[in-house]
Design a protein around this ligand. Structure first.
Ligand code: PMP
Length: 396
């Protein structure tokens, strides 16, 4: 008989060269538990998903309550469904006035697709500008925005009229012109290895957009829902987008995404006869209930207040000559080492010793540190001790 791991390799699509291959039985709070009694402290959070920890009781309760009412009813946007309505209202309360209307979808990539379509429709323009080293998703449209040629080469032709600029380059903002429908940026670049915008950069992007009538789309799929210490990362950079995309941490472990904008912009999607955006499962009521509960947990447990000190503790404890630099915005962190050849065995060792971490799509010399925001000081100290020990074992 084949083991689950062998079955996984035989019958499931293999999507990475280095699958972690851990067999997880249960996940609770900041921990995952393996099939053979292993216990892992999770510093990945399902790539920025489990911001309130795994299986938060309030989220589980909201899911259970919705399970007793209804699952799927109708393609998104036809019926008034209370989990959607409550979530849309709660989201608008976390946002500036112009970001008052949510379109719920299934994933980050779909949120980006919706945002792009919306920008083209609203402006009547076709050019979209993205940044080098950006990651906005894996569908053909969102892939076209990808800032790494390696990931796109095999899929050309992709969307036309997509151009790239350097993130944090003030000079390149001149490339945004009156023919640009939108510029899309991650408020903090995630898969580039946590690249934080320089002082005044996002403000300068906003000003250039205002001059040229270009929409500013901020992708907070990875940086939103408290990850950086404010509910939305853009709150820290004195900028307000025209369209916001979110997903990942939004669902507290359930699949959901959204693109959010003003009434004026969103209303362009409903004009017949041109199809706006249609999604069967977008805004699934169970996901919406989970998302609202996640938002409530972040607020009620005051999770944002602890983020800066927790990030500072990681930085203070992760002192080692082999760690060259730590970049972060709140608990969205990257610890840089010399190369992947050193980092990879350190990660493997840390996992063996009970700390789950990995690296970034476009930055393979940096360790991902993005634990649930609920992680305690003691757990941070334990995690750092295990990582330092792993480095010493590998470098010995
Ligand atoms: N945008 C950003 C910034 C992301 O980090 C990701 C996922 N890593 C996406 C978009 C795509 O989200 P999804 O995988 O849910 O399609």
């Amino acid at each position: 008989m084949l083991t689950p791991r062998q079955l996984f390799l035989k019958h499931q699509a293999q999507t990475t060269d280095f699958p972690l291959l851990l067999e997880i039985e249960k996940a609770e709070g900041v921990h995952m538990f393996g099939a053979n009694g292993e216990k892992y402290l999770d510093l990945i959070s399902g790539i920025g998903v489990s911001n309130v920890g795994h299986r938060h009781p309030h989220v589980i309760k909201a899911i259970q309550e919705q399970l007793d009412k209804y699952l799927h009813l109708m393609v998104y946007g036809e019926f008034v469904q209370s989990p959607q309505v409550k979530l849309a209202e709660a989201l608008s309360k976390t946002l500036p006035e112009n970001l008052s209307i949510s379109y719920f979808v299934n994933s980050g990539s779909e949120a980006v697709e919706g945002a792009m379509k919306l920008a083209k429709r609203f402006t009547g323009r076709t050019e979209i500008i993205a940044c080098h080293n950006a990651y906005h998703g894996s569908t053909h449209g969102s892939l076209s925005l990808n800032g790494s040629e390696n990931f796109k080469r095999a899929y050309r032709p992709l969307l036309p009229d997509i151009n790239h600029i350097q993130f944090n380059s003030f000079e390149e903002l001149e490339k945004i012109t009156s023919r640009t429908a939108a510029i899309i940026l991650e408020t903090v670049q995630g898969e580039a290895g946590v690249r934080v915008p320089e002082n005044g950069y996002l403000k300068a992007v906003r000003e250039r957009c205002n001059q040229t009538g270009t929409l500013l789309i901020l992708d907070e799929i990875q940086s939103g829902f408290g990850r950086t210490g404010t509910f939305w990362a853009f709150e820290q950079f004195d900028v307000i987008p025209d369209i916001l995309t979110c997903a990942k941490g939004m669902g507290g472990g359930m699949p959901i995404g959204a693109f959010i904008t003003s009434e004026a912009i969103m209303s362009t999607l409903k004009n017949n006869p041109i199809l706006g955006h249609i999604t069967t499962f977008g805004g699934h009521p169970v996901s919406c209930a989970a998302s609202l509960a996640t938002l409530e947990v972040i607020q009620r447990e005051n999770l944002l207040a602890g983020v800066a000190a927790k990030a500072a503790l990681f930085k203070a404890k992760l002192q080692h000559p082999a760690i060259k630099n730590i970049r972060n915005c709140g608990l969205m962190m990257a610890a840089e080492m010399e190369s992947f050849d050193i980092l990879k065995p350190v990660i493997d060792q840390a996992i063996l010793d009970g700390v789950l971490t990995d690296w970034f799509l476009f930055c393979d010399n940096s360790m991902r540190i993005a634990p649930p925001l609920t992680i305690t000081e003691t757990e941070i100290e334990d995690a750092c001790a295990i990582i330092l020990n792993a480095i010493n074992k590998i470098m010995a």
